[in-house]
Design a protein around this ligand. Structure first.
Ligand SMILES: NC(=O)c1ccc[n+]([C@@H]2O[C@H](COP(=O)([O-])OP(=O)(O)OC[C@H]3O[C@@H](n4cnc5c(N)ncnc54)[C@H](O)[C@@H]3O)[C@@H](O)[C@H]2O)c1
Length: 307
């Protein structure tokens, strides 16, 4: 009999974000095998047993594999969520973790390389575009195999802001927040529609303040952060949606942190995600001002990379 293909996912970094992803993957039965890795052994054991103790009450089973890089050799997806959130201050700068996370990249990339992992790597760790660029370079995986959550989360925040103002389900709002997952991100309003109606037209008709929505997308994370000193549900949901797009070869069109030749590094831009990772960069034609904003954001990511 042909062996059943298991859906195997690895998570590296089991803090607020990684643990939320692990819990969701297990309770929703999305992974048949889940590899969980953290430099903190006690934290890993705690998450391992909290998840194992959940299994008896679920309709699905997930094999939990702790602290084993070797077992990632045949994983479909690895999600990186390592970091040190306590080093982030309320100053609006996601680059606060830069030094910590660039050091972590070296260790994680070397371990992934030794493991023989050859699936799709989805990075969450901040600064997201910089860390994704470094992970791709240091793992030696292809640019299609590595991408970041990037502005997928910021786009969800924009959809929330617009949807909330118009009393619409955020899913009725389409379009993209582009650029850095950070302060220089921006909403490409030329791409945004509500139920097929261009937002620029709706804004004129209804007197909407698009700048305020854009600011809500940019600052949304800090609103959550200021109350609980981390964020977890929205980012976990973004990462899992991307992982599922890989597992089911969905060819999901969404903004992610993707490698753009033009800039020579990763940046939030429309892409299509499937079994092999980034199936295509979905080049869209932007008005001159919006393209200039993308160029500016790329410049800021590049400066951080050069540091
Ligand atoms: N891209 C986004 O949209 C987005 C959203 C939220 C959080 N984040 C980022 O995700 C990361 C995790 O956030 P969090 O709140 O869970 O942080 P956290 O500090 O709660 O957890 C980080 C975990 O990573 C572990 N870790 C550190 N170095 C490691 C290494 N080399 N190998 C394995 N594990 C390691 C730590 O022990 C810790 O358990 C941070 O970088 C944060 O800024 C990104």
């Amino acid at each position: 009999m042909e062996e059943l293909k298991m859906r195997k996912i690895g998570i590296i970094g089991l803090g607020h974000v990684g643990a939320t992803i692990a819990y969701t993957l297990v309770t929703k039965g999305i992974a048949d095998e889940l590899v969980i890795i953290d430099t903190n052994d006690d934290k890993t054991t705690a998450e391992e047993y909290d998840l194992r103790d959940t299994l008896a009450r679920l309709d699905t089973f997930t094999k939990i594999i702790p602290q084993d890089y070797d077992s990632l050799s045949n994983a479909d997806v690895v999600i990186t969520a390592f970091g040190n959130i306590d080093s982030i201050k309320m100053d609006g700068d996601r680059f606060g973790e830069l030094n910590f996370n660039t050091a972590a990249v070296e260790e994680v990339a070397a371990n992934l390389k030794t493991s023989g992992f050859n699936g799709v790597l989805i990075n969450i760790s901040n600064p997201c575009d910089v860390v994704t660029t470094l992970l791709q370079q240091q793992t030696g995986l292809s640019k299609a195999q590595v991408f970041g959550t990037g502005t997928f989360l910021d786009t969800a925040r924009m959809q929330r802001a617009v949807g909330q103002a118009l009393h619409e389900d955020p899913k009725n709002v389409s379009g993209y927040v582009l650029g850095e997952h950070g302060e220089s991100q921006y909403t490409a309003w030329s791409t945004v529609e509500v139920k097929g109606h261009p937002i620029t037209k709706l804004a004129e008709e209804k007197g909407l303040d698009l700048t305020s929505f854009d600011q809500q997308a940019r600052r949304g994370g800090w609103l959550v952060f200021s109350g609980k000193h981390y964020t977890c549900y929205a980012i976990a949901t973004c990462a899992i949606k991307l992982a599922q797009a890989v597992l089911s070869d969905a060819r999901l069109a969404c903004p992610t942190s993707v490698y753009l030749e033009e800039y020579g590094h990763y940046i939030g831009y429309p892409a299509v995600v499937g079994r092999k990772g980034i199936i295509e960069v979905n080049s869209i034609s932007l008005p001159i001002e919006e393209k200039a904003q993308l160029d500016n954001s790329a410049k800021i990511i590049k400066e951080k990379l050069n540091k």
